[in-house]
Design a protein around this ligand. Structure first.
Ligand code: HEM
Length: 207
């Protein structure tokens, strides 16, 4: 339970900081979300008025908004060492000997911040998760939930928590620094789940 709330909470803290530090990205994500919610509302009200012409038409969550969340997860990398693993007995892997009982800490940055894969890994750029048709395209090296049979069993739950909370925040609130003009910096604290340095912001209702 601790793991689930801390990880999703930490990602949301970072997402809020990225919203404040990248207003153009946030504005584009919000525009898409607003369109998406209006389409849902239209469909629901036509269904309520007896129009059953396309009741099951799927309205997709917009790709750029999903890409924004992926980029927050890649850059924030809130489980940088995943979880400790161990081998039950001595193993050989690609010429390396792994002694029995060795504790292994994966380093997720080694893929999520690899220049050969991302080109400009230090830059916050959600577009990197969109293909030339504007559809979401996620490289296999995106591994915030790790890989293999022991990867995070709740990755879909976690992604849904991030989606619903960020849709709600972007649609209902304008975020502003506590002191006008002083956007909280993105300072990473040390820890197994690195949180940003404490900050205060204003949530201003939009409607
Ligand atoms: C953004 C949110 C989350 C991230 C980034 C995340 C990431 C991870 C990572 C990296 C691991 C370690 C995998 C490994 O090294 O093998 C893990 C394991 C695990 N996660 Fe998550 N997680 C998140 C949310 C959640 C939530 C919400 C739950 C529960 C509702 C959850 C339940 C678990 C459990 C039970 C394990 C241990 C699995 C095992 O030992 O086999 N996680 N998670």
């Amino acid at each position: 339970m601790w793991h689930g709330t801390t990880t999703t909470g930490a990602t949301l803290y970072w997402a809020v900081l990225y919203i404040l530090n990248y207003p153009d990205v946030a504005a584009r994500a919000r525009d898409q979300i607003t369109d998406y919610l209006l389409q849902l509302e239209d469909r629901n009200s036509s269904a309520g008025a007896g129009d059953t012409s396309s009741p099951t038409a799927k309205i997709e969550i917009p790709a750029y908004f999903k890409a924004f969340i992926h980029e927050v997860q890649r850059c924030a990398n809130i489980c940088p060492l995943s979880m400790a693993h161990a081998v039950a007995k001595e193993k050989f892997l690609k010429g390396y000997r792994v002694p029995g009982d060795a504790v292994i800490l994966p380093n997720l940055d080694s893929l999520m911040m690899d220049e050969d894969i991302w080109g400009d890994p230090e830059v916050f750029r959600p577009e990197r998760f969109l293909n030339s048709d504007g559809k979401l395209s996620v490289p296999t090296e995106f591994i915030p939930f790790f890989i293999g049979i022991r990867n995070c069993p709740a990755s879909s739950i976690a992604q849904n928590i991030l989606l619903t909370n960020l849709i709600y925040i972007l649609y209902h609130f304008d975020l502003e620094p506590e002191v006008q003009g002083q956007v909280p910096p993105m300072v990473r604290q040390k820890g197994l789940i690195p949180m940003p340095k404490d900050f205060k912001i204003k949530f201003i209702p939009r409607r």
